[in-house]
Design a protein around this ligand. Structure first.
Ligand code: DGL
Length: 261
């Protein structure tokens, strides 16, 4: 048993999808959610810059004595997870686009991966494609502007519907029957995608990642004492009020107590 908090970070609101799933599975874990909104979006940034941010964030989370860190961002995982694991003596849970479940689920054998440029450019994604992509026709779709819509609180709007239509229409017309949400922000576009493409299967890995974190905690004997209150703290590097606004729009109850990094 270990009462210390778990750290979860993302460039912004995307990782809230993992946070929500994690809190449902482990309601008495304390959590520090780090939103690096001053550096949002990560997607177009060079890997070296994202790696630098990831190291700075991990230092800050370790100062707060976290016992495990979830990199709730595909782009940051692509740029930094291997180096983070080598550099810090704390367990990390990272993310890769869910090609494996998508390849298993697709009837047409045609799958689209929606992710950032940073994720597509990383070695991690190439490894996933090599390992699980055989026999599947994969279309990589860089979701330009989609994470920004979510971060501006515009998921569930006609603007978001138009943006997902534009991103996915030609692939769906070409026979893609499954789309992988390879960026945590896109979790919050699920209902827009479902409304535009009713027959399309959507693969989202936020719950699987949360489950993985819970089992790593259990295996290492690091899970929280049963009666502990699962307090949530926020660290926001950019505009705190704006972030609170997005949290509210995405349906997150919160205390207005975020600290700056
Ligand atoms: N949420 C991040 C991810 O999962 C990307 C958003 C961004 O571009 O910052 O890849």
């Amino acid at each position: 048993m270990d009462p210390r908090p778990v750290g979860i970070f993302d460039s912004g609101a995307g990782g809230l999808s993992v946070l929500r799933a994690f809190r449902q599975l482990a309601p008495n874990e304390r959590v520090i959610y780090f939103a690096d909104t001053a550096y949002f979006p990560y997607g177009p940034r060079p890997a070296a810059e994202i790696r630098k941010r990831a190291f700075a964030i991990v230092h800050r989370l370790l100062e707060a004595d976290v016992k495990l860190i979830i990199v709730a961002c595909n782009t940051a995982s692509a740029a930094a997870i291997t180096d983070l694991r080598e550099a810090f003596p704390v367990p990390f849970v990272g993310m890769v686009p869910g090609l494996k479940p998508a390849a298993g689920a697709s009837a047409s054998g045609k799958v689209a991966i929606l992710a950032t440029d940073g994720t597509f450019d990383g070695a991690l994604y190439n490894r996933v494609v090599e390992e699980f992509g055989r026999g599947t026709r994969i279309t990589n779709i860089p979701g330009h502007g989609l994470a920004e819509l979510v971060e501006r609180g515009q998921s569930g709007t006609p603007l978001a519907r138009a943006a997902v239509r534009e991103a996915l229409a030609s692939s769906v017309q070409a026979g893609v029957d499954t789309v992988v949400l390879g960026c945590t922000h896109y979790h919050f576009l699920q209902s827009d995608i479902a409304a535009e493409f009713p027959g399309l299967a959507i693969v989202d890995t936020s719950e699987a990642v949360a489950r993985r974190a819970v089992s790593v905690l259990k295996e290492a004997g690091l899970d929280a004492p049963p009666g502990q209150e699962g307090v949530l703290d926020l660290i926001v590097t950019g505009d705190r009020d704006a972030f609170h606004g997005v949290m509210e729009q995405l349906g997150f109850p919160h205390r207005k107590a975020a600290t700056n990094a």
